[in-house]
Write a protein that binds this ligand. Structure first.
Ligand code: ADP
Length: 450
């Protein structure tokens, strides 16, 4: 087992990794920018090393400085968390070239899945059902028009290198196609340094259902059920739950097995998430994330498996501590992402946290790096806390989440807590009747009087 892990991240996920490491008796090294000198991940780690100025490209994305920090501290492994360098195959290679263990999938798998077109080709080869679309990149012209006609309008133009809900354009009719492709290529070039775009059928009202998988890198893989992440704004997840309210046990077992078998065939190592859109009982693969997800705790609460500890074990060459037969879903879990944002306009709301009271009680988990007096820097993601609850069933989980949100007090900055409170009161949400479109449509409607 490792003696010391460097955590190449910040915020709640740095703490999450730190806690798993500590539970396993492993020392931790935090890295931080000058904006995070007093951050909680710095305060809780055994050692901390400054890796640069506030902009992420100069610090949390600064590969030479992170590698230097690992060497100075004598870390024998690096955990990337999510975001930042977690899906950078070159970084994973550089880590390994320095004889430091990369706590993550093999670089070639990160690379394959990082290109969404390549990911779809691989998924098809492994037997996963795909969203109909172009097999490769498209450019403006008659060939794209022919493909779009085959797929059927509306179509979605997607960037091969896209991520974080960016780089997508809906095209309603043939006349708008060439313009949309040209614009998407320009935007993709600017945002991701890669102008390849492809076409996909635009599904009207699907759900987003993703399977958590885990591979040991030696040809064995399991699944840990699914998460439903259909409540989204701008293609970004807002609230997630496990299990999905629409999947039966048989369907889960069937689809989970398909995912696990695909990962076993790939020889996949570590944690991964296979994302699907689901419509009228059918699954359509959209992408695979080769890392830990923000919403992983809901899976932990319904399976009892510590996914980060499993990542560390597998990276150390140990077998998975659970087999498929050990995975039993128990009850229901919900996660609310609490962002430092205006709950109406969603404008970021950085600043000093003047009050922080976390909710508690049975089956309430708070993943957050907040503390009173912390000045939330404007340079990074606005996620400041994840509130995760468990209940015997979905109704109990919803009631407990409402109670936990009520208890939570965050002063000094605006947060999305009121949005979550509103969501949990909505009959459609309570009934589990929502697609990926539901939230934006609800937000467009006038608010009911208080
Ligand atoms: P990213 O990597 O940017 O998160 P994804 O491919 O995972 O992109 O898609 C993000 C979200 O965009 C999905 O959860 C869904 O809401 C929407 N989306 C993606 N593909 C389609 C599609 N073919 N039809 C309708 N919505 C889609």
């Amino acid at each position: 087992m490792f003696r010391k892990i460097l955590i190449a991240n910040r915020g709640e996920i740095a703490l999450r990794v730190l806690r798993a490491a500590r539970d396993l008796g492993i020392r931790t090294v935090a890295v931080h920018s000058t904006a995070d000198t007093t951050a909680m991940h710095v305060r809780l780690a055994d050692e901390a090393i400054c890796i640069g100025p506030p902009p992420a490209r100069d610090s949390y994305l600064n590969i030479p400085n992170i590698i230097a920090a690992a060497e100075i501290a004598g870390a024998d492994a690096i955990h990337p968390g999510y975001g930042f360098l977690s899906e950078n195959a070159r970084f994973a290679e550089i880590v390994e070239e320095h004889r430091i263990t990369w706590i993550g999938p093999r670089p070639e798998h990160i690379r394959t899945m990082g290109d969404k077109m390549e990911a779809k080709r691989t998924a098809a080869r492994l037997g996963l059902p795909l969203v109909p679309g172009s097999d490769g990149p498209v450019t403006p012209g008659p060939e794209a028009a022919r493909l779009a006609g085959e797929v059927g309008f509306p179509v979605l133009v997607k960037a091969a290198a896209g991520g974080g809900g960016r780089g997508m354009k809906v095209v309603e009719s043939p006349a708008a196609l060439d313009g949309a492709i040209a614009q998407a290529r320009n935007e993709a070039k600017a945002a991701f340094g890669n102008d390849a775009v492809y076409l996909e059928k635009y599904l009207k009202a699907p759900r987003h259902i993703e399977f958590q998988i885990f591979g040991d890198g030696k040809g064995h893989a399991i699944h840990l059920g699914e998460r439903d992440c259909s409540l989204q704004r701008r293609h970004q997840k807002v609230l997630e739950e496990a299990p999905s309210p629409v999947l039966g046990e048989e369907e889960r077992a069937r689809m989970g097995r398909i995912c696990a078998d695909a990962m076993a065939e790939l020889g996949y190592r570590g944690a991964g998430t296979i994302e699907f859109l689901w419509e009228d009982g059918r699954f359509f693969f959209i992408e695979m994330n080769t890392r830990l997800q923000v919403e992983h705790p809901v899976t932990e609460l319904v399976t009892g498996v510590d996914l980060v500890a499993e990542q560390i074990r597998v990276a150390a060459g140990l077998p998975l501590s659970v087999s498929q037969g050990d995975i039993r879903l128990h009850g229901h879990a919900i996660e609310c992402r609490i962002n430092a944002e205006d709950p109406e306009t969603f404008a970021p709301s950085p600043g000093e946290v003047t009050e922080w009271h976390a909710p508690g009680g049975p089956h309430v988990r708070v993943d957050s790096a907040l503390f009173r007096g912390w000045r939330i820097p404007p340079h990074y993601d606005s996620l400041i806390a994840k509130l995760i609850v468990w209940g015997e069933d979905r109704e109990a989980a919803i009631a407990r989440m409402a109670r936990a949100l009520e208890e939570t007090a965050i002063g000094g900055v605006r947060t999305t807590i009121p949005l979550h409170q509103r969501l949990l009161g909505e009959p459609d949400v309570r009934a589990g009747r929502y697609s990926i479109k539901w939230l934006e449509q609800a937000l467009a409607k006038p608010k009911p009087p208080a």
